[in-house]
Design a protein around this ligand. Structure first.
Ligand SMILES: NC(=O)c1ccc[n+]([C@@H]2O[C@H](COP(=O)([O-])OP(=O)(O)OC[C@H]3O[C@@H](n4cnc5c(N)ncnc54)[C@H](O)[C@@H]3O)[C@@H](O)[C@H]2O)c1
Length: 322
């Protein structure tokens, strides 16, 4: 397949592109390399991809409809994987508009190009944040019309647009809802990366609440594999990709990182943020049924690999802005 993959310099995009190339696909990767977090991390993730023969990188913004149109006119894609997004729950409270224009408007631009250029398959990343307030484990059948963060609202709107474009234009859509993804070369605004770096550098970490909140942490390789699995024709489906092991408290995650980094965390407790969820837990039976997807990396191994990456890259990570 020739795949257009947006957000390719991102945490999940880079790993998904690498696994796609390893599987023999060709990938055109788009990213605007914005500075929401230190762009050197994005360039670090891009380096090995750019050296791969089946890969081409285009630095551009998915909000730029005319340029996007030229990309589709130049190359006939078999599928689009849309991972480009503003992805931070807390940052979406202070800057909601960019979340709307990228997550929802950018998705609309892609769907319109796909219809004009007859690209039939769309995979889009969505989020477990939509399940706030729903009974656990979170199932795709839950009604998710009451988001509690601007981020979740813009992802819900993107999901809705996908359904409309499926209904009106027959685009085949897989919406994959991810649950707290972690692993090497992660995102500095997420606790697994931020806490790993802070523990390693002996800096204080801000812990919102008492750390008893739980997450269905999902290892990056499992997520990338599930995302590629979702390229198969499905009609329109929403599929959880998450966890598969017992959800873990943030305190337990810190303990695992301390053990693997060989030093203790300096914790500063902060009040709970209203847009944060207390617990997440995924029902992944649909992913097993439709995609034959089973997560294979338990947290004990995943956090060990994550800590190892931070230790191995300590020299240049020291200069990355947290
Ligand atoms: N990491 C998680 O735990 C998680 C959980 C749920 C959903 N998701 C979703 O998965 C996707 C990937 O997330 P990630 O964790 O890799 O985030 P990330 O921020 O590392 O990656 C997103 C990439 O998109 C790029 N981008 C942002 N706006 C763009 C634009 N307008 N045009 C072109 N490129 C743009 C960024 O530069 C970045 O490289 C996102 O859609 C996110 O909402 C992630």
């Amino acid at each position: 397949m020739l795949i257009l993959l947006t957000g390719v310099a991102g945490f999940i995009g880079a790993r998904t592109a690498q696994l796609a190339l390893d599987a023999g696909h060709e990938v055109v990767g788009l990213d605007n390399l914005n500075d929401y977090y230190d762009p050197r991390l994005k360039r670090h993730r891009l380096e090995p991809l750019i050296q791969s023969p089946g890969f081409r990188f285009i630095e551009m913004d998915i909000e730029d409809a005319p340029v996007l149109e030229r990309v589709f006119a130049d190359t006939r894609f078999d599928a689009v994987i849309n991972l480009a997004a503003r992805a931070g729950v807390r940052a979406s409270i202070t800057d909601p508009r960019i979340y709307l224009t990228t997550n929802t408007g950018g998705t609309l631009n892609l769907l319109e190009c796909m219809v004009r250029h007859q690209v039939g398959k769309f995979v889009i990343a969505s989020t477990s944040s939509l399940y706030a307030g729903q009974p656990m484990p979170f199932s795709e059948e839950s009604i998710v019309s009451r988001p509690i963060s601007p981020y979740a609202a813009t992802k819900l709107a993107a999901e809705a647009l996908c359904h409309v474009w499926h209904h009106l234009h027959g685009i085949d859509v897989s919406v994959v809802r991810y649950f707290t993804v972690y692993g090497p070369a992660g995102r500095p605004d997420m606790s697994p990366f931020l806490f790993s770096e802070s523990i390693r550098r002996r800096l204080p970490i801000s812990l919102f609440g008492d750390g008893s909140q739980t997450r269905d942490f999902t290892y990056i390789d499992d997520i990338a594999r599930g995302t590629l699995g979702a390229l198969q024709p499905l009609g329109f489906e929403i599929i959880n990709l998450g966890g598969g092991f017992t959800p873990m408290s943030v305190n337990s995650m810190i303990a695992q990182l301390e053990e693997n980094l060989g030093t203790t965390a300096i914790i500063q407790h902060q009040p709970v943020i209203a847009a944060d969820m207390q617990d997440t837990s995924a029902d992944v039976s649909k992913a097993a049924r439709l995609l034959n997807w089973h997560p294979t990396t338990p947290p004990a191994l995943g956090f060990q690999l994550t800590a190892q990456w931070h230790t191995q890259h300590a020299d240049w990570l020291d200069t990355v802005v947290l």
